[in-house]
Design a protein around this ligand. Structure first.
Ligand SMILES: Cc1cc2nc3c(=O)[nH]c(=O)nc-3n(C[C@H](O)[C@H](O)[C@H](O)COP(=O)(O)OP(=O)(O)OC[C@H]3O[C@@H](n4cnc5c(N)ncnc54)[C@H](O)[C@@H]3O)c2cc1C
Length: 341
């Protein structure tokens, strides 16, 4: 059940092992999320695949799974089906960086191994007959029968690609338990008095970490591009950090994103840079002082956040303590996180 990457892989390997396989998929196409991965570039795995990158209370379970089927087994399957792999900073892509090419290799393999594909059928209910040793999978139109089933119906994120949690209730009836479903790897909604629609699409590149109200770091630190959208921030480091957020927000503990776009500079070095710029062009309007340091769309909210409203005033009007404050804030962009998107 389910024709996402897990279902496709399971179907393919089961067919290689001699099973007669049918994939039942609720959407009109297989592998919709696979096609969307990395904006269609298909970053399908990572050379550093290991249990430390998983968010779970039972790390030994992940370890056991990866010992049985880890990165080497994954790579050998991809080689077997004809995908030429590119390694980009440990991230693995098809050489062409097109998800579609992985999809095509999967489709050929399924066809070649006579896997039956049934599209546009959503399974709503599963029952099991102990007597006949058969599972019955009911959809709106028909009931499928099978001796064994693999449930690969995904979670509930991005339902436009198919995974909508439609089978979870029935699985509970069969005796499985459902742990709380929470968003993971998602953009974050922020509360900020100074950002507006004018800042749409602005970006900061730097280190990102989650902090509590006391300024103590409560997540791993990530590096990358942070994109500002309408009241939300996204980008790879934000998406990674989103995994830490819900456990605090669930308990109503306030959390903050701290972005440092200048991780290789100390505050003192930034003060020196600003002073040098001011000495070179004392009459330059203050908003131009930050050109090439931060995204120009972020200069007005940055100045507002430190209490400067006259963007045209000459840079030379800044006092030493203003420069200290500016350098401090340049390294310390802080946003309250109010929700996961
Ligand atoms: C925009 C986007 C980009 C991503 N980029 C990456 C990336 O670059 N690298 C990466 O590793 N991961 C990426 N991911 C995550 C990755 O796509 C998922 O981890 C992966 O698709 C999960 O695979 P799955 O087969 O378990 O579930 P899914 O891909 O969700 O597949 C589940 C399938 O089951 C079907 N289904 C659900 N319920 C039923 C039912 N009742 N009856 C029949 N069929 C049903 C669904 O229609 C769906 O086709 C991305 C996800 C998104 C949304």
């Amino acid at each position: 059940m389910g024709g996402g990457p897990s279902g496709l892989m399971a179907a393919m390997i089961a067919s290689w092992n001699g099973a007669e396989v049918r994939i039942v998929e609720r959407k009109g196409k297989l592998g919709k999320k696979l096609l969307a991965a990395t904006n269609g570039r298909g970053n399908f795995s990572n050379l550093e695949l290991n249990e430390t990158h998983y968010f779970t209370s039972d790390i030994s379970f992940v370890k056991k799974v990866l010992e049985r089927f880890g990165i080497f087994q994954t790579l050998s399957v991809f080689e077997e089906i004809g995908v030429l792999v590119k390694n980009s900073d440990s991230k693995l892509f098809p050489y062409t960086e097109r998800s579609k090419d992985i999809w095509t290799c999967f489709m050929h393999e399924l066809e070649n191994n006579n896997v039956e594909i049934v599209l546009n059928y959503q399974i709503n209910d599963i029952t099991y007959s102990k007597e006949n040793k058969i599972f019955y999978l009911k959809s709106d139109y028909t009931t499928f029968e099978s001796e064994k089933i693999i449930v690969a119906t995904g979670g509930m994120s991005s339902p436009q690609f198919g995974s909508n949690g439609s089978i979870f209730q029935s699985l509970c009836t069969l005796g499985h338990s459902l742990i709380g479903l929470r968003p993971g790897l998602v953009p974050l909604k922020i509360n900020d008095d100074y950002l507006s629609k004018d800042n749409l699409g602005a970006k900061l590149i730097g280190t990102v970490v989650l902090e509590n109200a006391q300024g103590i770091e409560i997540s791993k630190k990530y590096f990358g591009e942070v994109l500002f959208k309408n009241e939300t921030i996204t980008g790879i480091p934000i998406i990674q950090i989103s995994n830490f957020v819900h456990r605090y927000l669930d308990k109503k503990i306030p959390v903050y994103i701290h972005i440092d776009p200048f991780p290789t500079y100390t505050q003192t070095q930034l003060e020196e840079i600003l002073l040098k710029k001011i000495n070179l062009r004392p009459k330059k309007p203050i908003y131009l002082l930050f050109t090439s340091m931060i995204d120009e769309k972020l200069i007005p909210p940055f100045l507002n956040s430190i209490g400067i409203e006259d963007f045209l005033m000459s840079s030379e009007a800044l006092e030493l303590r203003d420069i200290e404050l500016i350098a401090n804030r340049l390294k310390y962009w802080k946003f309250e996180v109010i929700d996961c998107c």
